[in-house]
Design a protein around this ligand. Structure first.
Ligand SMILES: [Zn+2]
Length: 505
């Protein structure tokens, strides 16, 4: 689906819309409606079940979103979390250097200094995208954090967290004591992060307030035991730096084992497989739309030793977009926060050896994936539009309808009530033709519709009554009792889970 068409549908169905819409919208801020909020929560739950559920030593925490200045100074964000910005002297608009240069330099400007970017501006016939003027400023580093005065006394600065990861580094020492004094230790955060983007765009792809799901795994660099043999034959669609340098854009299917043979650490490849399986088996992205894009020395953040971005091809955005990543960050984070806080963050292992843990980070953009689920899942089927969401992600599991308003509504309400009592999200709809009600549920990705009709009321006892159950994807219909229905809907809600690392046998 095209971008405009997709966003219009999501607005119309109450999935999401621009924040402060009645004031013309606030740039880079979006609100989720009822269907969107439920879908987003389900994506978060599926992520937590998949990643936090992987080990008894992985924990999810819910930390504060505000960071004192000392934290962002130590992490390097105060100095380095910048995007080169260019302004137009004529119309006053501000742009990311990358946007101004994208026509001339499609590979982007990651890793270039403002001086180098300034040279590129002279080299190419660049113009202001807004007014066409050539009077553009020299690039300046613009810090993307939202900073503000903290406390009534003044003089103290604080920042909205630009990434959830920092909270996990701050919590490491506490969690070492709360947990079992064992490595690897995982700390996960799902929550909002904030960035004062110079030019927000593409709806959920460059937002000023957005939700991240991030897992930081702290491990002993000389020993990270994992059941690698369980993933070694998995094929991954990778695009390595060397292939990219040779002009290749399509990924190559490579086994996990062969990537290790080429020098990537087993623990790193293990988590590449794990994230890949989450995309393929839980979110059900078509594997041919996914590529694992390796970032080069100059492209990746300087503290990352290895970085593969998980990119998915989205029609609405005209190509591959980053939806998650695996970062090997070394000891950068804990050594910076040891120095910044004055607290030694190394830990004593069982044999008495002291280790400053390294960090493997698995990141996942929740909003971006909500958009991707819509982009990849909303398909035309004849004259209807169907959102082929996996049932365990769907905002509701069933729509419940009376065929004729006054005759069947009481019975439909009774079924709805029983479904809700059984913990199943279901919604009632008695407006318009059955066809229109199906169409609305199809567009929202609701996997089942239950219709109460004459036959439903014919059975003498309420327990023997049946309703028509219609499947969203196959459009098949069958008659079911309430008990069968509840069992069926419950089963559809179970998302795939990985085998835990601590599992025995
Ligand atoms: Zn201009």
């Amino acid at each position: 689906m095209k971008y405009d068409e997709l966003f219009a549908l999501l607005r119309r169905r109450g999935v999401l819309w621009p924040s402060a819409e009645i004031y013309g919208g606030a740039q880079g801020l979006y609100d989720y409606g009822p269907a969107g909020a439920r879908l987003k929560r389900r994506v978060e739950e599926a992520w937590a079940a998949w990643f936090v559920g992987l080990s008894d030593d992985f924990y999810r925490i819910d930390p504060a979103e505000i960071l004192p200045e000392a934290v962002v100074r130590a992490s390097g964000h105060l100095e380095n979390f910048t995007d080169p910005e260019i302004s137009c002297a004529k119309c006053g608009a501000h742009f990311r250097a990358e946007t101004i240069l994208e026509k001339f330099r499609p590979e982007g400007v990651d890793g270039l200094t403002p001086t180098q970017i300034g040279a590129l501006l002279k080299e190419f016939p660049v113009r202001c995208p807004n007014c066409g003027s050539t009077e553009l400023s020299v690039p300046r580093p613009f810090n993307l954090m939202f900073g503000f005065d903290f406390g009534a006394a003044g003089g103290e600065r604080a920042y909205l967290r630009p990434e959830t990861a920092q909270n996990s580094y701050l919590a490491f020492s506490r969690m070492w004591d709360v947990g079992r004094h064992a490595l690897p230790l995982g700390i996960a955060v799902i929550g909002k992060a904030y960035r004062n983007e110079i030019a927000p765009r593409q709806v959920l792809f460059r937002m000023r307030a957005f939700t991240q799901a991030e897992l930081q795994i702290f491990f002993n660099p000389s020993s990270f035991p994992l059941p690698f043999s369980s993933v070694s034959n998995e094929g991954l669609p990778v695009l390595r730096v060397a292939q990219r340098a040779a002009g290749q854009e399509a990924p190559e299917l490579r086994s996990a084992r062969s990537l290790v043979d080429e020098g990537l650490p087993e623990f790193y490849v293990f988590f590449l497989v794990h994230l890949y399986r989450f995309f393929r088996d839980v979110l059900r992205y078509p594997s041919e739309a996914i590529r694992l894009f390796e970032k080069s020395d100059t492209e990746r953040a300087f503290y990352n030793r290895i970085q593969f971005d998980f990119e998915v091809k989205l029609e609405s955005l005209g190509g591959y977009k980053e939806l998650g990543a695996v970062h090997y960050r070394g000891d950068y984070d804990l050594s910076r926060h040891s120095a910044g806080s004055g607290k030694d963050l190394s830990v004593a292992l069982l044999g008495g050896e002291r280790v400053l843990p390294h960090v493997l980070e698995v990141t996942f953009g929740v909003d971006r994936n909500v958009w991707a689920l819509a982009d990849l899942g909303l398909v035309a089927d004849g004259d209807r539009t169907v959102w082929k969401l996996p049932p365990y992600l769907a905002p509701s599991t069933a729509g419940v309808f009376p065929l004729i308003k006054k005759d069947h509504a009481v019975e439909a309400r009774r079924w709805l009530d029983q479904l809700q009592k059984a913990g199943i999200d279901a919604e009632f709809d008695e407006s318009g033709s059955i066809g229109r009600r199906y169409a609305r549920m199809d567009e929202l990705g609701v996997p089942y519709c239950v219709t109460l009709d004459h036959e439903s009321l014919a059975a003498p006892s309420p327990d023997a009554r049946t309703a028509t159950l219609r499947d969203r994807d196959s459009k098949t219909q069958e008659r079911v009792t309430l008990d069968t229905l509840i069992a069926r809907l419950h089963a559809s809600r179970v998302a795939p889970r990985p085998r835990p690392l601590n599992a025995v046998g």
